[in-house]
Write a new protein. Structure first.
Length: 447
């Protein structure tokens, strides 16, 4: 990577934040946090861990488009709120699309459903919304449904619902959490309710990896009776409709910010196709690792501390996560020497450069790097935090453009050797190692 940009970076230790995170760390050996979305349908969640099914190209494209639409619509549904708020409570983490005075869940699709029909047509969306309200202890929540392709313009519906007793919702969240954990530990979904998606496009049924018969016991929802009446909010729907930005000219060019770090790897991902995800090497109920424990610690603080910042660029599909309103990045290393503020740039420049690109995307001049050192003797030694201060944003914006242009030219000309080889430490697990040529090039990049 280009060395000159390093002179525009200052790395400072943040021992106060590191100590704070250590206080919030869940104990070693504890279970991994479960997402709210897993608790909506327990049986599919079981199979997603025991026998994960790679998405078809069509489904992957649909999911990517949905993520992009969510990012573009976020400022419209909550112009003065926080976006993509992550909060963890008692081993359950929710990713809330937007949070103002109430949690807001955004759904995009090709058809809409009147609020009066949601309980029957889309109960899982209301259950998800109720659990978000329980996690953040709110008694009102909103479901925003957008049909972007509607004519003559996007169709927007807003349904608002009361949750009279958020504590009862939290009790139900804990009950579902414990049921799923018990099933994962036992290695069988026996006792979990019937899959609501069987015969309705279930990916695990289509792949033939589940043993669901359709005869499993069906359980009535224990969350829906906790909800108050649904009411339409046409006033909010109109405000959102007026704030929706014009459609982007095309999909994002890059999936992740790291695509601009390892250019030759990105070349092969685009030209040859994405490599399959590596097989899991641990039990579905295995305890949380250091990365997951640190992430849970950051998400366990006050509601709204972990959110996303609206990006100024449509080039990258990935969100820009923020901690206390500043971009942040979390990584874990197994290096023999404990990193320090004086060695980060030399040993881990890729972390800093990725954070710099994220900062450029949101107009920030600094960010945070939270680093887990797996060889530490205790948690106080394992968790580190650094403040990364950046020089003129034009430096990194120019670097972003230059790298993107070189990558696009190499893809267009089918010439990967125009791009610098990937670092040696990537070769052992690189699925393109047999054809990329990195191992044969002298003076290869180290980061």
């Amino acid at each position: 990577m280009e060395p000159e940009w390093r002179g525009q970076v200052e790395v400072r230790d943040d021992p106060a934040l590191a100590a704070e995170l250590v206080e919030w760390l869940p104990p070693p050996g504890g279970p991994r946090a479960l997402p709210v979305t897993d608790l909506v349908a327990l049986r599919p969640a079981f199979w997603s861990r025991v026998a994960p099914v790679p998405p078809t190209p069509e489904r992957a494209e649909r999911l990517a488009r949905g993520r992009f639409l969510h990012r573009r619509l976020g400022p419209a549904i909550a112009p003065h709120g926080a976006l993509e708020v992550r909060v963890c409570r008692a081993g359950v983490v929710g990713r809330i699309d937007a949070l103002t005075d109430v949690p807001i869940e955004l759904k995009t699709g090709v058809t809409s459903v009147p609020s009066a029909d949601l309980l029957v047509a889309r109960p899982e969306q209301l259950e998800q919304l109720a659990m978000y309200a329980g996690l953040v202890d709110r008694s009102v929540a909103r479901l925003v449904s957008v049909v972007p392709s509607a004519e003559p313009g996007p169709e927007v519906q807003v349904a608002e619902v009361e949750i009279p007793d958020p504590s009862a919702v939290r009790a139900e969240i804990a009950r579902r959490r414990d049921r799923l954990r018990a099933a994962l530990h036992a290695g069988t979904p026996a006792g979990l309710p019937r899959c609501p998606w069987r015969g309705r496009g279930c990916e695990f049924q289509a792949a033939g990896v589940c043993d669901c018969s359709g005869e499993e016991t069906s359980e009535p929802s224990s969350l829906l009776p906790m909800l108050g009446p649904l009411r339409d909010r046409p006033d909010l729907a109109e405000e959102i409709r007026a704030g929706i930005p014009r459609p982007a000219e095309g999909p994002p060019r890059w999936r992740r910010f790291r695509d601009l770090l390892y250019l030759r790897r990105t070349y092969f991902e685009r030209v040859v196709g994405p490599a399959p995800e590596p097989a899991r090497d641990r039990r579905p109920d295995s305890p949380a690792d250091l990365y997951e424990r640190v992430r849970e610690a950051m998400e366990s603080g006050p509601v709204g501390e972990v959110a996303s910042l609206p990006s100024r660029s449509d080039d990258v599909e990935e969100d820009v996560p923020a901690f206390r309103h500043r971009p942040w990045i979390e990584r874990v290393t197994r290096g023999w020497e404990r990193p320090s503020s004086t060695t980060i740039l030399e040993r881990y420049p890729q972390y800093v450069l990725e954070l710099a690109f994220r900062s450029v995307a949101v107009g920030a001049s600094s960010g945070r790097l939270v680093l887990g050192w797996e060889r530490g003797r205790d948690d106080a030694e394992r968790v580190q935090a650094f403040e990364i201060r950046l020089g003129p944003p034009t430096t990194f914006a120019r670097l972003w453009r230059e790298r993107a242009q070189r990558l696009e030219r190499a893809i267009r000309e089918r010439a990967p050797t125009q791009l610098e080889p990937c670092p040696e430490w990537m070769a052992a697990t690189c699925p393109y190692a047999a054809t990329c040529g990195c191992a044969d090039e002298a003076g290869r990049s180290q980061r």
